[in-house]
Unconditional design. Sequence first.
Length: 160
Amino acid sequence: MPKSTIENGLIVFFRLAMGWTFLFAAIHHFGDSNFVVGFLSHTKTFHSVYAPLTTPAIAPALTFLVEYGHLLIGLSLISGLLVRVSAPFAIAIMLLYWTAHMDFPYIEDNNNYLLDYHIVYAGVLTYLIIKHAGHVCGLDAWAQNLPIVQQHPSLRRLVA
């Protein structure tokens, strides 16, 4: 069933909004080598899981992965290229942030009981995957028609 103009508009809006969210996070934290340690050292419910990631041996690599992960996810969502690849990573990051903010059963403060914007963002990203958001005013539709993608069926799954 073809998508309506309204649905296409919502898909583009959600893709750009989520892309900007990740791109701004990358820009905002770029060059700050302490933001990962500061964030993870204050976890409560899962402190024993996240605290080892703040050690001097792991923190620089993790900071690099977070900075460039945010950047690549943001660029992917904004351009609509490889959305099917980047969105699952974005969902994983949102779920990790959700658990890192948790002071069970509250998230961040006493106003959020088990549910906060990280879960909503994960839901929006899931919607973008299901609706093939990269094909709606995005570069996935263009990439799908490239000769290399046509010749190698395994690459089609990346832009499908």
